[in-house]
Design a binder for this molecule. Structure first.
Ligand code: PXG
Length: 290
């Protein structure tokens, strides 16, 4: 069975699912997106993802033509049409078709796309052995240009960071803000554990307010652990006891090396493992059923 893709209310075969070359999503990266996961028939943190999508859209002056409940139904329809229980859901809203020219007023109808596919899991060895990170020279977008809170279709900032990391043989890139403080990686948030305190960079420095990040903060506080948003430099990371990355697709991945410095004892830490366990328990019980 060929994958069915939702475009503006229609479910189309993967081979027939096409958008115009005049769509401003393509011409200018003018649009927004979300990446959502479902676990065994439960969509995890769906409302949180949708709220973030509507907020990204509002920020770029894009009015999503259907309501949040309607979009929820469209997602469920797409998941059911593809008989997917464990899925990665890619939601895209572009400015729509216009002519050659930046003016978004030329695009009366936004394009809504929902791709729901099997989730490509990260190799298990990352969770078991941890990842190596490298600091890259590409700085995170500055808020005065395009807010890092907008999940826009222009992800070049993050892609450039990812390319730098790959060229240096690392899986992920640490991105600093223009002042040299740690903010996040190319598509995941970062946490540092020092003396049993769980620390993560505050969003105002330039990190996306990740939904997995928020979930981990909540889980850790429920476990009576101390969690704080903290302004950190590479020095703080080098001298941490544990570190891990969070994101919808990645969940929680331990970090064992940063710029050649071993973190803790070079093995994934105990607190990281405990949080991953709690997180996986939560994904089994919480979510929108379909
Ligand atoms: N930082 C950035 C810059 C992101 O785009 C995260 C952190 C993690 O946030 P969540 O809410 O997922 O915990 C993201 C997340 C994709 C894709 O292909 C999605 C992201 C990043 C890279 C690729 O869908 N989003």
């Amino acid at each position: 069975m060929s994958l069915k893709i939702y475009i503006n209310g229609k479910l189309l075969d993967k081979n027939e699912a096409r958008i115009s070359v005049f769509d401003h999503g393509l011409l200018y990266g003018d649009g927004v997106f979300e990446g959502i996961r479902s676990y065994d028939g439960l969509i995890f943190k769906l409302t949180e993802h949708l709220i973030r999508l509507y907020e990204s859209a509002k920020s770029i002056g894009l009015s999503i033509p259907i309501s949040l409940p309607e979009l929820t139904q469209a997602i469920i329809r797409t998941l059911k049409a593809n008989q997917l229980k464990d899925a990665y859901i890619r939601l895209i809203v572009t400015r729509g078709v216009g002519d050659l020219g930046l003016d978004p007023a030329k695009c009366p109808n936004p394009t809504i796309i929902i791709i729901a596919d099997k989730i490509a899991l990260y190799p298990e060895e990352y969770y078991k052995n941890g990842l190596e990170l490298i600091t890259v020279s590409t700085r995170r977008n500055i808020q005065e240009a395009v807010s890092p809170q907008i999940k826009s279709l222009n992800y070049l900032n993050n892609i450039l960071a990812k390319i730098e990391a790959t060229n240096s043989g690392a899986m992920e890139a640490i991105m600093l803000n223009r002042d040299g403080y740690i903010v996040e990686c190319s598509g995941v948030n970062i946490f540092v554990i020092k003396k049993e305190q769980i620390l993560t960079p505050p969003c105002f420095l330039g990190a996306l307010k990740g939904i997995t990040r928020d979930t981990i903060i909540e889980l850790a506080r429920k476990e009576e652990m101390e969690v704080r948003e903290e302004i950190m430099t590479r020095h703080d990371l080098f001298n941490s006891d544990e570190s891990f990355l969070t994101g919808t697709a990645a969940e929680i991945i331990p970090v064992v090396k940063v710029d050649g410095r071993t973190i803790g004892n070079g093995k994934p830490g105990k607190i990281t493992a405990r949080l991953l366990k709690r997180f996986r328990e939560l994904t089994k019980t919480e979510g929108v059923r379909y």
